[in-house]
Design a protein. Sequence first.
Length: 103
Amino acid sequence: MKRVVYIAVCLLAMGGAYALPMPDNFLPQRVETTVNAPAAQGAEGRIIFTAGSNDATFNVYSITGQLVKVVRVSADQRVSVDFPKGFYIVKCSNQWSRKVIVR
């Protein structure tokens, strides 16, 4: 019972902190998303690659680290490539790498 009361008091205390008025000059920080950045997204039986504003090269690796395919996409283009179901690691031109799931 003490634990439930303690959790309730903590939640109320946290809720009260969020109810404080913000100063007039307070501007919340926004996280900018880059619309023209390269991207890779898993879908039903395929991976969709988007180049963004520049040409992009995507290296697709199996979950064991074996290079499966290299996909080159021209600027402002979108390419869909069929893959078997599974987990893949997609690396984009030494910029980023992501886990992609093909269902």
